[in-house]
Design a binder for this molecule. Sequence first.
Ligand SMILES: NC(=O)c1ccc[n+]([C@@H]2O[C@H](COP(=O)([O-])OP(=O)(O)OC[C@H]3O[C@@H](n4cnc5c(N)ncnc54)[C@H](OP(=O)(O)O)[C@@H]3O)[C@@H](O)[C@H]2O)c1
Length: 300
Amino acid sequence: MKAAAGKSPNVMLNNGAPMPALGFGVYRIEPERTTEAVLAAFAAGYRLVDTAAAYNNEREVGEAVRQSGIPRSEIFVTSKLWLSEYGREAAERAFDRSLDKLGLDYADMFLLHWPYPRAFDRTLEAYRVLERELEKGRVRAVGVCNHSAANLERLMAETEIVPAVNQVELHPFFTQRELARTHERLGVVTQAWSPLGGVNVYDAAPGKARRVLSHPVVVAIAEKMGKTPGQIVLRWHMQHGYAAIPKTVNPGRMAENMAVFDFELSAGDMAAIDGLDTGVRGGDDPQFVDTETYPVVILP
Ligand SMILES: NC(=O)c1ccc[n+]([C@@H]2O[C@H](COP(=O)([O-])OP(=O)(O)OC[C@H]3O[C@@H](n4cnc5c(N)ncnc54)[C@H](OP(=O)(O)O)[C@@H]3O)[C@@H](O)[C@H]2O)c1
């Protein structure tokens, strides 16, 4: 996967549409900083922005899309439905509100933010709402987040459209190889959240480094290649064929994170990074996330 520095190549979705492999995540960016951050990301070459109803910054993402002057067709906007708004009517209202806040005629991708294993019927109803919005042309592709292979196959057995993407926690300390293989078999793109390890601190990581970007294996490869640890990890994602959505509010890091398409990791270095897997999540276990453990308030 090679492309000019400053631009991401695309991965192909199962509906035939291209999606930038490397995008910009806006979780934990305060609304008042979001428009500026997304504009800076566009200037650094990003064309995919990953937001969600639960991030309460969709309005500011839409504002950046309009202010950027970049043709709408060149920008890929992803948003997500929140758990408390699953079920048919709630999901319809939530979808309308998201498009309204974004101020867009269509979103490029809409995802279910989490499965709701204890109320899987409502997960299915919400997904069917996305399928209908796809038919109406108000969204171009639909998918899910945080689905295990079992939840994914359960959803696919009862709905029509194969999810284009499963966005899951994935980084060198939690590599999810089995799930990624399942995605390949099903034609679902693996999109990594917390691709740099996020804000997670691991006590049990190999070599005792508690963060992915300070692990000696990552740091040694970075020094050898004359790259930063962040670039090594994002390159690792790209060479595995994953999509990834790193977040930063720092324009220097935005450019750094995008400059991963003019070098290549050896098979040995890829294997060394694969070897850092702990099998332990840094984030929440999707089997147990629900509206009580995660009482998000979505602002009007
Ligand atoms: N679907 C889901 O359930 C779900 C869950 C979580 C996240 N996400 C999505 O995934 C995106 C990314 O996840 P994330 O924010 O958890 O993790 P991440 O992108 O792996 O890490 C973000 C952290 O790394 C820092 N950082 C960024 N680039 C860096 C670099 N080159 N060198 C050193 N530090 C760097 C950022 O700090 P600064 O900002 O200070 O630079 C921030 O603290 C989110 O924004 C969101 O869009 C989705």
